[in-house]
Ligand binder design. Sequence first.
Ligand code: OOG
Ligand code: NI
Length: 445
Amino acid sequence: MTGSDFVSPDELRARFCAALSAMYRSEVPLYGDLVELVDDLIPDRLKVERHGAIRLGKPDELAMIARLFGLFGMQPVGYYDLSPSGVPVHSTAFRPVNAESLAINPFRVFTSLLLPELLEPELRAEVESVLAERDIFHPRVREIVAKAEAEGGVRPQDAEELVQKALETFKWHDTALVTRETYDKMHAAHPLVADIAAFRGPHINHLTPRVLDIDAAQTGMSARGITPKTIIEGPPKRECEILLRQTSFQALTEPITFPPSSGAGTPASAEMRRSISGSHRARFGEIEQRGCALTRKGHAMYVKLMSTVPAAMDNEAHQQNLAKAFASFPDTYRGMFDDGLAYFEYDLVSAPPKPLPLPELVASGHVALEPVTYEDFLPASAAGIFQSNLDERDRSRSPSPNRGSASKTAFEKILPVKLHDSFELYERIQEKSLRELENALGFAV
Ligand code: OOG
Ligand code: NI
């Protein structure tokens, strides 16, 4: 059996992304409106979503998702603990890790896992027993994944079924798994607990196309009657964009039904046997704009500068505050290169008359800098996206203390594959480019 007997992970990812997008547009028409707006604004947008997000309930679900996404060429990259921001989950992003695969289809899934240890013991036990009962995967997904792992890939005859049955996991369920009472208890602890544990599966909660001008998109959303969240998350608008800027429309209030409360043992009245209607907020639409990836030093500077930005009530004021705070962050690729703040690939423009070190080759224009795009997420921005969909009361919940590296170690243990460090991936890209440059020049820089 050779590699060509299998459907490539890149193709499977593209098919999965297209299928998920079609499903979400039909489930959430307002998301379709957002995509139309984005398409109007950016005619040359690569017409594929850049990311989506799900929230899982238990370790087994994360382990199985990692195996499924692994077949789609998506590896876990980065660890984000959102609990210090008052959101009871920790997360990773499943994404392609090499440049070729990112170019074919960059789709990634921000995947969160509930931290039940942050719940009161009684509620925790209830949540864990609900989660223990559910299986979010279609039995055929489990079978095809096991077969593909044993054989070394997904066979053509299994590909469509795998994509279609995998979609089942991400579908919306308009009937809760638990009674209204239980839902309310979960919701009171944190709305996300209800979102994660009260349903049969981890409905995809948003998809995110990419834009080239997020400020125009933010304004365009209001003009089209799509209410955006108050502020654009992330760094300010710059000549040389860095990291990730994001905005979204707020989660819709959607009708759901609760099963009748069981009158355990007692003859239930007709009233008690009737299902109960309610509503739930989870699903929204987001857009993102990506700039260049920062080194550890650049990232640390980003975090430090962000911590000086005061909370603002509107986006315009917030953007001004950001611009002020970032005045000291160089806004040219040369400046970022000189200070070691960002990752680059190097293009040979013309051969120098004699061997020179890299900084001089760049300064003399013999080598041009090509910024490496940031492919990951920002924990504070992610928390801001989560929180924009919570009520004021829920936003002011006390944050959990930072649990340091213990929770990362626990998260890594659940994953059946290695958790990649995003800095290492960017370093590898930069290093490869450096080697190629040296080969082209014929000397070491
Ligand atoms: C995930 C929020 C984080 C992003 O783009 O930062 C995220 C969620 O709401 O489940 O998707
Ligand atoms: Ni997102």
